[in-house]
Design a protein around this ligand. Structure first.
Ligand SMILES: NC(=O)c1ccc[n+]([C@@H]2O[C@H](COP(=O)([O-])OP(=O)(O)OC[C@H]3O[C@@H](n4cnc5c(N)ncnc54)[C@H](O)[C@@H]3O)[C@@H](O)[C@H]2O)c1
Length: 257
């Protein structure tokens, strides 16, 4: 029977890149998204209908997620679950309401729990793995507080899963991207067309991240090459969380930075 990878938020820029990468070592990829039209377009652009399947599902809705798991069972043996659907709503604590806090939490943390529980029996059968797409916001403070707290929770959920499900051969890892030029930045790029140029100065490699960079890390963590790796967070951040050359220059007063 076909091996299947599930990618939530599969219609988004990072989701599409992950789906393309996972198609190299899975027979079929299920692109799960709230936006069916975009998911259909993404699946069509990625390749033949028997290899890329689009499905509408709100990953914050338990009934939708149960239906998604049922569809997945009919499509193949689930070897990989990528919890990638995510978005940031409130930019600061002072602009966060109780409702927006819950919205950030449901999408960026709770949804990964719902998806894992819905497909865990299939992952047990394949001794498969989970990759959660977190963010550098889950590691340090860069704004968007509710989103960041949810991503930090997602990182701990990654470790919790690794420890509890290791006995079933299931691995659980996370990737924490830095700034990735995707549609999620459209509003910020509209407000400031130089936002990516300005962001680059904080990155050791002098550039922001490409969706393909994230996809390659996911591909590695989901592959047998990472057979002994579980419970980790792999930053894919062009050095953002390693430190700041600008601060090093100020602190050391050396032009070597
Ligand atoms: N873009 C960045 O700079 C960046 C940085 C760090 C982490 N990330 C993370 O990467 C992941 C992908 O982000 P992206 O930049 O590709 O965003 P994106 O907006 O391009 O894609 C997100 C996709 O998720 C879908 N989605 C939203 N809510 C959903 C729901 N309730 N159910 C199902 N699907 C839903 C959207 O329709 C969209 O297709 C997210 O988890 C995000 O937090 C992004």
């Amino acid at each position: 029977m076909n091996t299947l990878a599930i990618v939530t938020g599969g219609a988004g820029d990072i989701g599409r890149a992950i789906a393309a990468r996972l198609s190299a070592d899975h027979d079929r990829v299920l692109l799960v998204d709230l936006d069916l039209e975009a998911a259909n377009a993404a699946a069509k652009a990625l390749g033949p209908a028997e290899r890329f399947v689009a499905l509408r599902c709100d990953v914050t809705d338990e009934a939708d997620v149960a239906a998604m798991a049922e569809s997945a069972r009919g499509l193949g043996r689930v070897r990989t679950l990528v919890n990638n659907a995510g978005a940031a709503f409130s930019v600061s604590l002072q602009s966060t309401t109780a409702e927006s806090w819950r919205r950030d939490t449901q999408l960026n943390s709770e949804a990964a729990f719902l998806c894992l529980r819905a497909v865990e029996d299939m992952l047990k059968e394949t001794r498969g793995s989970v990759v959660n797409i977190a963010s550098v916001n889950g590691l340090q403070v860069f704004g968007h507080p509710a989103y960041s707290a949810a991503k930090a929770a997602l990182l701990h959920f990654t470790r919790l899963t690794a420890v509890e499900y290791g006995r079933f051969g299931i691995r659980s890892n996370a990737v924490a991207p830095g700034t990735v030029r995707t549609q999620a930045w459209n509003a910020r790029a509209d407000a400031n067309p130089n936002v990516f140029e300005e962001a680059k100065r904080w990155y050791a490699l002098g550039r922001v991240v490409d969706p393909k960079d994230v996809a390659e890390a996911v591909g590695f963590l989901a592959s047998p090459l990472a057979a002994a790796i579980t419970g980790v967070c792999l930053p894919v951040d062009c050095g953002l969380t390693a430190g700041s050359a600008e601060l090093a220059r100020t602190f050391s007063q050396s032009d070597d930075y």
